[in-house]
Write a protein that binds this ligand. Sequence first.
Ligand SMILES: Cc1cc2nc3c(=O)[nH]c(=O)nc-3n(C[C@H](O)[C@H](O)[C@H](O)COP(=O)(O)OP(=O)(O)OC[C@H]3O[C@@H](n4cnc5c(N)ncnc54)[C@H](O)[C@@H]3O)c2cc1C
Length: 395
Amino acid sequence: MARIVILGGSFGGLTAAFELKRLLGEKADITLLSDMDKFVFIPSLPWLAMGWRKAADITVPLKPILERKGIHFIHGEAKGIDADSAKVVTSLGEIPYDYLVIATGPSLAFEEVPGFGPDKGHTECIFTLEQSEKANKAWNKFLEEPGAIITGSVQGVSCFGPPYEYAFEMDYELRRMEIRHKAPIVFITSEPYIGHFGIGGLRNSKRIMEDEFAKRDIKVITNAVVEEFIPGEARLKDGSKIPFKFGMFAPAMKGVPAVAHLGNPRGFIPVDGKCRHTKHKNIFAAGVAVAIAPPEQTPIPTGVPKTGFMTVKMAKTAAYSIASEISGSPMPASYEMDVLCLMDMGNTAALMKAKPLLPPRQESELKTGVLYKWSKALFERYFLWKIKHGLCNLP
Ligand SMILES: Cc1cc2nc3c(=O)[nH]c(=O)nc-3n(C[C@H](O)[C@H](O)[C@H](O)COP(=O)(O)OP(=O)(O)OC[C@H]3O[C@@H](n4cnc5c(N)ncnc54)[C@H](O)[C@@H]3O)c2cc1C
């Protein structure tokens, strides 16, 4: 029986685990290791930070949903991988594997900017459950006595969407409370233009986003390098000093330490079209852990976002590739990088579509409408239901 070990219990790891079990049944012994004991629907973290969701609304415990399908769950941390002897070194001992799927997501690189981040710095973040809960507390306190807000993405960021959502949501909430005039918002980003998103823009996304920010009276600074955050002030490389009372910024990402030695200089895993490691043939990777080169060199370094939609597709490709080797079923087609995403905008939302992900493209689109806001809320419910029931084969 083939031993398959999966690292990470989120979009990539769970999709790979459920799909492998469905495809291989008793032909494989599948173990999923995660340092978190629950799945978090990360796309709803901006809503949690706004107080529009509670943790219980967007989390699912991993053990029961995996064990019900006959998948072993280990709540522990991978410390390293010995690829030559095919073993994962964990906080609880070694786990040998015949096939390994890496879906460990990112490590958030706050240390790259002095004074940055919610733990040791002066800014909030909304990229993990704990951070969003902390940001929500800070936001509620801020509302008692509002002031200047800064938000956006520092140099090297790849996940640009959340600060856009958060800027629009804060604007919406402040207007709803009729205190927007007490809280000027500045959006600071390393993107060369607003609506670039790390993927060279989406058709007329620059114009649309410029209009949306202008409509909401949100000031935008592009091509920004943040040199440091000090209490109440962001210091940019061009000498500007931007004061703030409340700040939330997206950090750059790296691969997690346990897998970084198998990756590029930033620790992301190089894979081929079947999501297989380019050097280690029994190692596969999916999601944020994977290396994707940017479409163009931007004046200030930016990376390519790896969305949940892309992660699920990669995890399915990895699962089908492994299943094909074990059971002799046909190899899947190579993974095509494309994206479909719903971005919340407070009172409305945007549908973003790019096929392929990077230009030149056959199709690309960004359109706004309240229908997409409802679709985003419905999708959240649907995805959580799918995960709870291990039905990752559904679209
Ligand atoms: C705020 C926010 C909003 C987003 N909104 C959207 C959206 O609207 N639409 C969209 O498509 N995408 C969105 N994304 C992107 C989406 O969340 C990611 O694409 C997705 O989470 C990637 O899944 P993953 O499995 O690769 O990694 P992750 O979700 O980061 O999960 C990694 C898993 O690995 C575990 N892990 C890490 N290290 C170890 C270790 N050493 N040992 C054991 N376990 C480990 C972690 O605990 C976690 O369970 C958003 C991202 C953020 C941050």
